[in-house]
Design a protein around this ligand. Structure first.
Ligand code: GAR
Length: 199
């Protein structure tokens, strides 16, 4: 069984899609915790519904940068996870944290990286830029988290057409639907690869 921890900031539909797949037996995994920087977000409600412990760590709960970083590290040191899964986590992670879990942090991004990635490209802003550029195709990317934003090895992508009368919101909804299919399978496959290597 793959042991994962999740970090999320918003609605948490990707988080819920993963929990649903675990719950119905498609995905042999256990989610040991949710870390959020937003104590009132939808992801917290999903965690509560699935009995996943929640840790709220943010600039509000820990105004000092060093206390904030230690609080994050404390959670991951307390649980023995195979992978850390970012599911709509909108803050940049401290370098100390990325180094501690090198090669074991996955992120999903709502574009065909390397296009529309990097500083300022997150959530709806990605889809705004894609629509404004008149792209005919967009999609989602699952990648390993490196020290640069949206860098790191690409593990999987899915493609979605951009329709003529798409708004950023309609495109976001079409991409999100595909994210829900792509993410849990990629986490499962990458996790299986890790276990084979460490056996
Ligand atoms: C998803 O589209 C995810 O790809 C994106 O935020 C949305 C979260 O939705 N992530 C990023 O933009 C990260 N750079 P959700 O909270 O419903 O899963």
């Amino acid at each position: 069984m793959l042991k994962i921890g999740v970090m999320a900031s918003g609605g948490g539909s990707n988080f819920k899609a993963i929990l649903d797949r675990i719950d119905c037996g498609d995905f042999d995994a256990k989610c040991l915790f949710l870390i959020t920087n937003n104590g009132n977000c939808g992801a917290v409600a999903h965690a509560k519904n699935f009995d996943v412990p929640v840790f709220h760590v943010s600039g509000k709960t820990h105004p000092e940068r060093s206390a904030y970083e230690s609080a994050l590290l404390e959670v991951i040191d307390r649980f023995d996870i195979d992978l850390l899964v970012l599911a709509g986590y909108m803050k940049v992670l401290p370098t100390s944290f990325i180094k501690r879990l090198a090669g074991r942090i996955l992120n999903i991004h709502p574009s065909l990286l390397p296009k529309y990635g990097g500083k300022g490209f997150y959530g709806i802003h990605v889809h705004e830029a894609v629509v404004a550029a008149g792209e005919r195709e967009s999609g989602a990317t699952v990648h390993l988290v490196g020290e640069e934003i949206d860098s790191g090895r690409i593990l999987a992508q899915c493609r979605v057409p951009v329709l003529e009368n798409d708004t950023p919101e309609t495109l976001a909804a079409r991409v999100l639907e595909q994210e829900h299919q792509l993410y849990w399978k990629t986490i499962r496959d990458y996790g299986e690869g890790l276990k084979t290597i460490s056996r």
